[in-house]
Design a protein. Structure first.
Length: 138
């Protein structure tokens, strides 16, 4: 069975540790919960406004029927092949089988077109009974 390359940084796919003593932002967490009804929710605010902390609070307050995958983005992730490898690695924290059948094509010498690659990946995610939330933190 193929595994993800050892060159991927595991810290990029780890949910940050929530600091103690934070003020719970109940109204914002309720808005995020409401966002689970949609396919995409975006949080936008300047650097330092607590977006990452809010997401960590939200994850910590959630029951186990929602699974969270985390991906911290940086400039290298502008490469579609690198992005997809990290996205699959993040999703595999939730379910090791997600993307497993797609890895050989990504790790080969001629990576596939990213647009055509997304459909099989999304189909694998949609087969799960519980909700899977992929957080892209930039």
């Amino acid at each position: 069975m193929l595994s993800l390359s050892d060159t991927l940084l595991r810290t990029k796919i780890s949910i940050p540790v929530l600091r103690l003593g934070l003020v719970l932002r109940k109204r914002l967490i309720e808005k995020l919960d409401k966002g689970l009804e949609n396919r995409l929710t975006m949080i936008s605010a300047p650097a330092g406004y607590g977006k990452t902390t809010l997401l960590c609070e939200w994850i910590a307050s959630h029951p186990p029927d929602v699974q969270f995958a985390w991906l911290a983005l940086d400039e290298e992730d502008n490469n579609p092949t690198i992005f997809l490898q990290y996205a699959i690695a993040a999703l595999q924290v939730v379910d090791a089988e997600i993307g497993q059948s797609l890895l050989p094509a990504l790790q080969g010498p001629n990576p596939p077109d990213p647009v055509g690659f997304l459909s099989p990946l999304l189909n694998q995610i949609n087969q799960r009974r519980d909700k899977v939330v992929l957080i892209l933190d930039d």
